[in-house]
Design a protein around this ligand. Structure first.
Ligand code: FAD
Length: 521
């Protein structure tokens, strides 16, 4: 086949190909875009897909979807929009695992990033192993690639990213636009602080390589920048040596103070290569009917786990993982004993598994199958993710967990998470907003509900946000959404003027990621 020929003529993208199939939408032409190409697609099925995401609550139809076969096409599309007196908006859409329409562009153009993968010719993930110091290894990864694909590619070299999200079916560009948080973040920070370099196409259509040393303003803007400043087309991700096995523990507590004290102890090991440190620390509360991977517990123990929950209404699970090499198998149990010495979980409620590293890291791979089996794969998601300063976590336990969530218990499928974070492992120059305290928690309430429960679950989330506001708890929402301009200003606090200046510099026409509803509220 002939290669693509792209000509931009007076506000017109003309893409020619031997098998030209024009996207003959009159609404496109009304926006000054004359497009003849099978790459700019307007058929109903594609537009419907582009107006759908994981949340199943927002639907914003674009004018067209670009199925890019090169980065130049994305750059030209953005430049075209810039050249118009009324620019159209453009949203990168990768795995569409956002839940409030953040990857949508009503009456704009959605760029289907996943299409790039087909045109990378195997160059979507390149692993560079440093033989002298494996901790200085890295991967050059296309922004459209998923973390699960990076996991598999890195493991072939005995390497791994150092910090993960709980689910791996997310794109590199999508998580780096937020933060990318999980059980390793207390030690290594979120995914955004484990990136050495980025290639970005800015909101002006410029292709820029940036890092902490080169074009650093753009680098810091894009990381945690909610897609507002540029489209990430490549990220250089930090890699470290991998270990083949994972010792995976869950300890159940009935007393919240003991749970928090022990979790804090584990989270204080934040040295980068400290072999004594736990590798992963998360936690959760368990209440009647909530899920939290209950399948983890041995079948014969499930009745007593459930009766502990029933007797106490709410219990807390501290989750700890340590990775190990086969050569250190003999020591691993002792190392874990040393880590949890004196811990006050309920005696006999310590459960453990010994699994392959990949099995642990990709432990949520069946999540969508579980939802399907529960008849909830198309159900609305009403999630709330909030960073809580450590000094106020007891207020959250009393007023939110016990006072609101347990009392109302309205969910169809609920998952909770309480994940520790050390502020020193974040970088304040980046766009992401976090609480103003050295130690904080990510509290996640994942509700997947039948449509009749959506309104009451949203009302519950609003009630929680209202409580935090009234009580002066300096929370920051993670994966924030649905805010007024005033609320966005409050969300970013002192960073707001910096973000405005970054927007003026890198996307002055307010073209990118309109679904976040920040600058085009
Ligand atoms: P999309 O939904 O496609 O896009 C999200 C936003 O990023 C949009 O604004 C889009 O325009 C922008 N964007 C997409 N690609 C790019 C790019 N290349 N450059 C610039 N901007 C871009 N988050 C965590 O931190 N930790 C977790 O453990 C975690 N677990 C999750 C589990 C599930 C089941 C789900 C549904 C979400 C989870 N998330 C988690 C949230 C997730 O990280 C974000 O929603 C992320 O944006 C999803 O990536 P995506 O590829 O689906 O992005």
């Amino acid at each position: 086949l002939l290669s693509w020929l792209i000509v931009v003529v007076a506000n017109t993208i003309v893409l020619s190909h031997a098998l030209t199939q024009p996207c003959s939408s009159s609404s496109l032409q009304a926006h000054g875009i004359k497009v003849i190409s099978p790459e700019l697609v307007c058929d109903n099925a594609t537009l419907t897909l582009a107006s759908t995401d994981y949340g199943h609550t927002s639907h914003e139809k674009p004018l067209a979807v670009l199925e890019p076969t090169s980065l130049t096409q994305i750059s030209k599309l953005i430049k075209l929009s810039n050249s118009l007196s009324t620019p159209f908006t453009i949203a990168a859409r990768a795995q569409a695992h956002s839940i409030h329409g953040q990857a949508m562009a009503r009456e704009g153009i959605v760029v289907n990033m996943t299409n790039l993968n087909r045109y990378r010719h195997g160059r979507g993930i390149v692993i560079v192993r440093n033989e002298k110091d494996a901790w200085s290894s890295y991967a050059d990864v296309g922004g459209e690639q998923t973390w699960v694909d990076l996991l598999h590619a890195a493991l072939e070299y005995g390497l791994t990213p150092v910090t993960w999200t709980d689910s791996l079916d997310l794109s590199i560009g999508g998580t780096l636009s937020n933060a990318g948080t999980g059980g390793e973040a207390f030690r290594f920070g979120p995914q955004i602080t484990n990136v050495y370099e980025l290639d970005v196409i800015t909101g002006k259509g410029d292709y820029v390589t940036c890092s902490a040393k080169k074009n650093s303003k753009l680098f810091y803007a894009v990381l945690g920048g909610l897609g507002q400043f540029g489209i990430i087309t490549r990220a250089r991700i930090a890699l470290a040596p991998s270990k083949p096995r994972a010792k995976w523990l869950r300890m159940i507590y009935t007393e919240f103070p003991a749970f928090i004290k022990d979790k804090k102890h584990l989270s204080s090991f934040n040295g980068r290569r400290d072999d004594k440190a736990p590798d992963y620390v998360e936690g959760a509360f368990l209440i009647k009917g909530w899920q939290n991977n209950i399948a983890f517990y041995p079948t014969q123990d499930l009745p007593r786990v459930n009766s502990l929950i029933n007797n106490h209404t709410i219990v807390y699970v501290l989750e700890l993982v340590k990775y190990y090499n086969n050569s250190t198998q003999a020591q691993i149990d002792q190392e874990i004993e040393n880590l949890i010495k004196g811990f006050k979980f309920v005696p006999t409620f310590k459960f453990e598994k010994d699994v392959a590293y990949e099995e642990f890291i990709n432990r949520n791979k069946d999540f969508s199958t579980i939802l399907k089996t529960s008849g909830l794969s198309e159900a609305p998601n009403a999630w709330l993710n909030i960073f809580i300063p450590a000094s106020r976590i007891f207020d959250i336990n009393e007023a939110v967990f016990k006072g609101i969530v347990v009392k109302q218990n309205i969910t169809s499928f609920g998952v909770s998470l309480i994940i520790p974070m050390n502020r020193t492992k974040w970088n304040d120059k980046m766009s992401a907003a976090i609480p103003d305290e050295e130690f904080f928690y990510l509290v996640t309430l994942l509700h997947i509900v039948t449509p009749d429960k959506l309104a009451s679950t949203n009302a519950q989330n609003n009630q929680i946000m209202e409580f935090c506001k009234k009580s002066g708890i300096g929370i920051k929402e993670y994966l924030p959404y649905n805010k007024t301009l005033e609320e966005w200003k409050e969300h970013f606090g002192p960073k707001w003027p910096i973000l405005e200046a970054r927007k003026d510099e890198f996307d002055p026409k307010r073209i990118l990621s309109p679904g976040q509803k920040i600058f085009n509220n």
